[in-house]
Design a protein around this ligand. Structure first.
Ligand code: FES
Length: 123
């Protein structure tokens, strides 16, 4: 009985991985990457940026604005290391497109050192 259950779980795992490999690249290829201009207020400073539509907020903050406190560890929304505050709400910047944050206020760890304490408190 245990072997049967183990076999079913293995098959589900293999099918899920195959499905991800087969379908994800096709979905990504369909969405065209376009350049656009956004305005961000980051830690009180206003930026007008020319970005690609598929850039994440974490990439823009870390690589384009040099705010290296915003780390990407898993890059899939699982660990929370990339958390920033957007308009007063915590979000995972690795799974948020920068274009979604156009004209919004962003606070990173550089502006709020207490962010880690705030986010680690149980709700
Ligand atoms: S890097 Fe892990 S949740 Fe964003």
């Amino acid at each position: 009985m245990q072997y049967y259950l183990f076999y079913i779980l293995m098959m589900i795992s293999i099918l899920c991985k195959k499905g991800r490999n087969l379908y994800m690249p096709q979905q990504i290829k369909k969405s065209p990457v376009i350049g656009c201009e956004i305005r961000l207020v980051v830690n009180g400073d206003e930026y007008k940026l020319r970005i690609q539509s598929d850039w994440t907020l974490q990439y823009v903050l870390h690589d384009k604005l040099g705010l290296t406190g915003t780390k990407a560890l898993c890059s899939e929304g699982a660990c929370g290391a990339c958390t920033v505050i957007v308009n007063g709400r915590p979000i995972l910047s690795c799974v948020t497109l920068a274009i979604e944050c156009d004209s919004r206020n962003v606070e990173t760890i550089e502006a709020s050192p207490g962010l880690i304490t705030l986010l680690s408190k149980p709700t």
